[in-house]
Design a protein around this ligand. Structure first.
Ligand code: FES
Length: 119
């Protein structure tokens, strides 16, 4: 599994827990695909969940929209890099997941279900 250069806490904020629906595996063992109604959205949309082993030995999950904020490309197959970013395969812009200015949502696994939680 990837080792991060540096750890930054999840920057995404939610008012209430959000249960992730329709979980699916991807070609990457550390990436899941799901549906969720994220803050400021009126409908469920595709999201990506990243699973990361931290330096302290704990596993942390983070969720973000599966659509690149630039022009909406699907980032679910794009690899998380040691700098904590995913680089969108369409125009190579960085999307912060574990890097300093991330807006990713802290996520926990309970049984077989995943929830975005308050941070
Ligand atoms: S659509 Fe992702 S960088 Fe342009």
């Amino acid at each position: 599994m990837l080792t991060l250069d540096k750890y930054y806490p999840a920057g995404g904020q939610v008012a209430d827990e959000i249960k992730l629906a329709d979980l699916k595996t991807t070609q990457r063992e550390d990436v899941l695909f799901a549906m969720a109604k994220l803050p400021y959205s009126s409908t469920e949309k595709p999201v990506v969940i990243y699973r990361q082993l931290l330096a302290n030995g704990e596993i942390e999950y983070r969720t973000i929209s599966a659509k690149c904020p630039h022009q909406g490309a699907d980032i679910s197959l794009d690899e998380l890099k040691p700098d904590g970013n995913v680089y969108c395969s369409l125009h190579r812009r960085p999307i912060c997941i574990f890097s300093e200015y991330n807006r990713a949502y802290l996520t926990v696994k309970r049984g077989d279900d995943f929830y975005i939680i308050k941070n």
